[in-house]
Design a protein around this ligand. Sequence first.
Ligand SMILES: NC(=O)c1ccc[n+]([C@@H]2O[C@H](COP(=O)([O-])OP(=O)(O)OC[C@H]3O[C@@H](n4cnc5c(N)ncnc54)[C@H](OP(=O)(O)O)[C@@H]3O)[C@@H](O)[C@H]2O)c1
Length: 247
Amino acid sequence: MTIPLLLIVYALGLSIAVARAGYRSGGARTSDAPLPSPTRVLIVGATGGTGRRLVEQALERGFRVTALVRHPSKLQVEHQRLTVIKGDVLDAVSLDAAMQGQEAVLSALGHKRYFYPNRILSEGTRNVLRAMGTHGARRFVCMSSLGIGDSAGRMGLYYTLLVIPLILPFYFWDKARQERAVAGSTLDWTIVRPGALTNGSKRGSVQHGGHVGSFIWTVSVPRADVAAFMIDQLASSAYLRTAVGVA
Ligand SMILES: NC(=O)c1ccc[n+]([C@@H]2O[C@H](COP(=O)([O-])OP(=O)(O)OC[C@H]3O[C@@H](n4cnc5c(N)ncnc54)[C@H](OP(=O)(O)O)[C@@H]3O)[C@@H](O)[C@H]2O)c1
């Protein structure tokens, strides 16, 4: 009886810590006015599950796309409007090269180094923000997760009591710092917080807002729909300088 009780206390403590460390007061639509649509977009995390869909869909929608990738052979997309730059978000030089001429950045940065403390998400995102400031790119749409900031608990009980405390505590802590870094910038940012990601086919619409997710059940969303929603945000001020849940 003591171990489950300790786990619950630890899990709730972690949820509170991640709620306080992440961005809060998100979710309310801020405006319905369109933003000028960028034409040149840098995609960070482009070889990942969501990143690849971002690349494909952004190309389909007519953007000039630059993909910053660590391993170009993993991308497997060729297109006349696609430029691939080999680099790393932890390396300012490659980021600088990738940011030249960009108007907007879509980030689907993630990693699998769950089991030790690191700052890949927060430090990498700070570097992206710095490079955006230097090169005059203003629109930043950054993927985070339900469960952070004022969406704490909204990944459902399975994640809140088991997955986050046992597998993802360091990852979620760094994600909370990543959100803070984004929210602290003066750029035109939007934090997108999806539920559990699937590789299912695109459904064409998502639920979005500040009250998305469930404190009991795990809500999910196809990566393809998250990518479409993120691209939609480029020319929308609906969630400008706030965080939005997507499921
Ligand atoms: N899985 C879920 O259910 C879930 C739910 C909510 C939110 N999220 C979040 O959504 C985001 C996207 O998830 P995903 O599963 O689609 O992504 P993913 O497949 O894990 O891909 C992550 C991407 O980030 C890149 N990356 C990692 N470290 C990098 C570095 N130092 N420099 C440059 N690029 C780097 C990876 O490159 P390589 O290919 O070279 O490794 C990869 O392209 C993540 O932040 C994730 O935590 C996930």
